[in-house]
Design a protein around this ligand. Structure first.
Ligand code: MG
Ligand code: MG
Length: 262
């Protein structure tokens, strides 16, 4: 069953979501060669908890040990933050985190470049962020879940990159993971109908090489099987008759937007 939220409930989700947006603004300057993902995790947890009543929603979720998932290069999602994982020039790191505030959850991910990255990697970030933008634009009443996936497919088509098939977005609300699932591929007009009041975590994951993934020995980290880089951008979005409401935006966003794709 897909639970619908009122506008007031969406506003509560947006209050928590803005903490994630602000976190990604604040963490950006800390992402540099020599920094460990363990440090980023501690910074994120302190940042979230510095807002009264806010808690990291991922900590302990299904037993996950961190407040953020920190996935480097070929790692797609669910990387465990560690003091032993040190960023180096040319890496990318995907941070994914959730906030719970007054019983409502928000979820957002962003992939950051560490210094200068190879041209293909930079292009991967552009395409993945553009795929998120295109997907979010479909989150309006009357469209279907398949329109969201189709928008991701349309954006990625012709780039040579591949869409991670085995991981999906999701509804979100009182719980981090609710119905429906939001695949990153789909056909227009197929899947559940979108209605005013749905809140969806939309999260394209795109790889330079293969879409195939495997779980590493830590039983959490998902990596591409060819070990080529993968990027992940995610927003929590409210479906409203006034258009898609991005609920995980920073208070005053300054994260560099990539130029629109042709
Ligand atoms: Mg997430
Ligand atoms: Mg999510």
């Amino acid at each position: 069953m897909i639970e619908l939220k009122t506008r007031e409930e969406m506003e509560l989700i947006a209050r928590g979501g803005a903490i994630i947006g602000d976190l990604y603004e604040a963490v950006r300057d800390r992402i540099a060669p020599g920094v460990s993902t363990g440090e980023l995790d501690r910074f994120a947890e302190d940042f979230i908890r510095s807002h009264e009543g806010a808690e990291p929603a991922f900590k302990g979720l299904y037993g996950f040990p961190g407040s953020v998932c920190a996935s480097i290069n070929e790692e797609v999602v669910h990387g465990i933050p560690s003091d032993d994982r040190i960023l180096k020039e040319g890496d990318i790191v995907s941070l994914d985190t959730g906030v719970r505030l007054e019983g409502w959850c928000s979820d957002s991910a962003w992939t950051f470049a560490v210094g200068d990255v190879p041209a293909a990697t930079a292009r991967l970030l552009e395409v993945t962020e553009a795929a998120l933008d295109a997907a979010v634009a479909q989150a309006v009443p009357g469209k279907h879940v398949g329109d969201i996936g189709h928008a991701v497919e349309r954006t990625v088509k012709g780039t040579g990159f591949s869409i991670i098939r085995d991981l999906v977005g999701h509804g979100i609300g009182r719980k981090v993971h609710e119905q429906p699932q939001i695949p990153n591929r789909g056909r227009p007009g197929e899947g559940p109908l979108l209605e005013e009041g749905m809140v969806l975590a939309i999260e394209p994951m795109i790889a330079i090489g293969t879409w195939r993934i495997r779980t590493l020995d830590d039983r959490w980290t998902m990596s591409t099987t060819d070990r080529r880089p993968s990027a992940h951008f995610e927003h929590t979005v409210g479906v409203t008759v006034d258009g898609p409401l991005i609920l995980t935006r920073a208070t005053s966003p300054s994260l560099e937007r990539h130029p629109p794709l042709p």
